[in-house]
Write a protein that binds this ligand. Structure first.
Ligand code: 4NP
Length: 144
């Protein structure tokens, strides 16, 4: 699960998907294309909305997406088109680009919809993001 800072959207996506799959069989992680928040806890607003729905994401720490993630993971879900561009730029000339998918393609296939960045907004933005990711992760979990 990849976003920009790895403190708002992708930690929620990681926590939600983990709550829906068997962690002994499927490994889920998240990262940011930027490294400014590396080592930090998720944003308190993400922690709060996850907790509201009984998901604890306080074991997570932000990290920067690395080129090697293309080898380590079978699927790379990006939150928006800008994340997608940044991730693909790291992987020039590699045939693993097919692993990269906009996460909302799961529920709005082909419509090119971004998960909005809630960082500069209010708490309701985090609630909306949670609901979108919950629906997308339900679809991913069923498919996996
Ligand atoms: P995220 O949100 O990509 O969903 O984690 C952001 C978090 C931090 C910043 C931008 C977006 N930032 O500029 O620090």
């Amino acid at each position: 699960m990849v976003c920009l800072g790895n403190i708002c959207r992708s930690p929620l996506a990681e926590g939600i998907l983990k709550s829906k799959i068997d962690s002994s069989r499927i490994y889920v992680d998240s990262a940011g294309t930027g490294g400014w928040h590396a080592g930090e806890l998720p944003d308190p607003r993400s922690i709060a909305v996850a907790r509201k729905y009984d998901i604890d994401i306080t074991d997570q720490r932000a990290r920067k997406f690395d080129r090697s993630d293309f080898d380590l993971f079978d699927y790379i879900f990006v939150m928006d088109n800008s994340n997608k561009q940044d991730v693909l730029k790291l992987n020039n000339y590699n045939d693993a680009n097919h692993k990269v998918q906009l996460i909302l393609d799961e529920i709005f296939p082909g419509e090119n919809v971004d998960v909005p960045d809630p960082y500069y907004g209010g708490d309701d933005g985090f609630e909306q993001v949670f609901k979108m990711l919950e629906e997308a992760c339900e679809s991913i979990a069923r498919r996996l």
